[in-house]
Ligand binder design. Structure first.
Ligand code: ASP
Length: 482
């Protein structure tokens, strides 16, 4: 059996939902369907989840949000009517949404999660009603009834291990199960959502729980691309990736599949296939535990800004027993998780995400590092981006670092830090954030080949905020690297 998850753009309007239902009915193995809330119908449109957040914020601020809830109801009403689902069912959805106005708002985060979850919840009801209306037996299944229990903070749920056993029973249900993505329930019955984009996580949990043969993740692109297509038009499509490669690429900015959604599938060995609702016969990208990689050294290049580093020096640091523990303890006590810790004999850098390292926390952490660790110097740099080159094949290929370093040097980009993960699946460079796009493009050209047409566009793009001497030379020989 297959678990199929459909993202927001696949459910944005009635026409898209019809496509989704055609896909479901085209393969009798697609027995469990996970849905997102309706997404954008066009570029400037709003996602229902964002409308719901706007509603919640207004209600918290002004004690009323009639206009905001009407905007959400209108989206479902339009979809429901165009699909021809019974008026009674549409009224039920309206009633459910109006109930949001009467919720207890005293714990804001709890209230917000309950509101956000209504997007997916009602989307699942719409799809189930529509399937039944076209003669396909289907039922909406509520995550509490099915046993999807979670813990963790509001907006950042983590699945509880016992959920898998309970959810396994979904295998034996008659007809198609339509399950809302994005949220589960705490053991006290309150709704807790996963982080944004978290319907992918629900799909992966269900696929693992029922031991599906395949977890299909339907989105709006034909495949995973080797680089962000907003940087390089029509980049190379990736047909196969390992879980680890996808994990590294998601970490560094690939948004096609939620980074946390890999784990449940990976743990149970369920292969994942990224497919396009608008082109369902295209093969998509398979994410598997092992792939043959003799011909492909690097599979993808990703980069993300928004990092900072705390750089510490202390003479004879390497001889001081417990230095690392004390440093990490300070971070732990401030509730900070770190991303990387490259180190030398007398210095160490800790890379963190900028958004969690607020100015207020920075002040406290730096003062504690000075007094408790007695360092010679400590500095914070806030303008870092991480660029990752990813590929299992790097383990067995010589020269990847040298090619990457030369490509960055030729583009006039200073490498602030290099880190090759111990797994050798990825190679990470820290660069100044203003250089991140240029770095990604230069590396893409090095590993996947250059095209003159693309180059001009990229040249314009990479000029943003760069000093004259950092610009790519205008006349670069046309080369294709195999
Ligand atoms: N609707 C939620 C969001 O916009 C979850 C999802 O689409 O996966 O983040």
């Amino acid at each position: 059996m297959k678990v199929a998850k459909f993202g927001g753009t696949s459910l944005a309007n009635a026409e898209q939902i019809r496509k989704v239902c055609d896909i479901i009915t085209a393969d009798p193995e697609r027995r469990i369907v996970v849905v997102s809330a309706p997404g954008k119908r066009h570029k400037t449109d709003d996602k229902v989840t964002d409308l719901l957040i706007a509603f919640a914020e207004r209600l918290l601020r002004d004690g009323e949000a009639e206009q905001e809830i009407r905007a959400v109801i209108a989206r479902y009403r339009e979809i429901g009517q165009e699909l021809g689902i019974p008026e009674q069912a549409i009224d039920g959805i309206e009633k459910d949404l109006r109930e949001l106005l009467t919720l207890d708002t005293s714990v804001e985060a709890k209230f917000l999660d309950r509101v956000k979850a209504a997007g997916e919840d009602n989307s699942a009801k719409v799809v189930a009603h529509y399937l039944n209306s076209i003669g396909v037996p289907a039922s909406y299944v509520n995550p509490w009834d099915a046993g999807l229990l979670v813990c963790g903070k509001y907006g950042n749920a983590q699945v509880l291990p016992e959920s898998y056993e309970r959810l396994r029973a979904l295998r034996d249900r008659e007809g198609i199960v339509v399950f809302p993505g994005f949220f589960g329930y705490a053991t006290d019955g309150s709704v807790v959502t996963f982080s944004r984009g978290g319907s992918d996580i629900t799909g992966s949990i269900l696929a693992a729980a029922v031991q599906a043969d395949l977890y299909e993740n339907f989105t709006d692109v034909d495949s995973v691309f080797a680089v962000n297509p907003s940087l390089i038009p029509q980049p190379k499509q990736v047909t196969e990736l390992t879980y680890q490669e996808m994990r590294e690429l998601s970490y560094a900015g690939f948004s096609v599949y939620h980074a946390e959604a890999l784990f449940p599938a990976f743990r149970t060995g369920v292969p994942v296939c990224i497919k396009n609702t608008n082109n369902p016969t295209a093969p998509g990208t398979m994410i598997v535990s092992k792939r043959s990689y003799t011909s492909t050294n690097v599979v993808g290049i990703a980069g993300d800004a928004g990092f900072c580093s705390i750089y510490l020096t202390k003479y004879l640091m390497n001889r001081e027993v417990g230095f690392g523990r004390k440093l990490l303890q300070i971070l732990e006590e401030e509730g900070l998780s770190y991303e990387h810790i490259p180190s030398g004999i007398d210095h160490v850098s800790v890379i963190l995400r900028n958004d969690i390292f607020t100015r207020e926390i920075e002040e406290r952490v730096i003062s504690r590092i000075r007094t408790e660790l007695q360092v010679d110097d400590v500095q914070v740099a806030r303008d870092l981006a991480l660029v990752m080159i990813v590929g299992e094949g790097m383990r067995e290929n010589v020269g990847t670092v040298s090619r990457a370093a030369i490509a960055l040097a030729d583009a006039g980009i200073n490498i602030e830090m290099i880190n090759q993960g111990s797994s050798e699946v990825s190679l990470m460079f820290a660069v100044k954030d203003r250089n991140v796009k240029k770095a990604i493009v230069s590396l893409y050209h090095e590993f996947f080949g250059r095209s003159r047409v693309l180059y001009d566009e990229v040249l314009n793009l990479s000029l943003d905020g760069l000093e004259e001497q950092e610009r790519l030379p205008k006349e670069v020989p046309f080369t294709t690297v195999a």
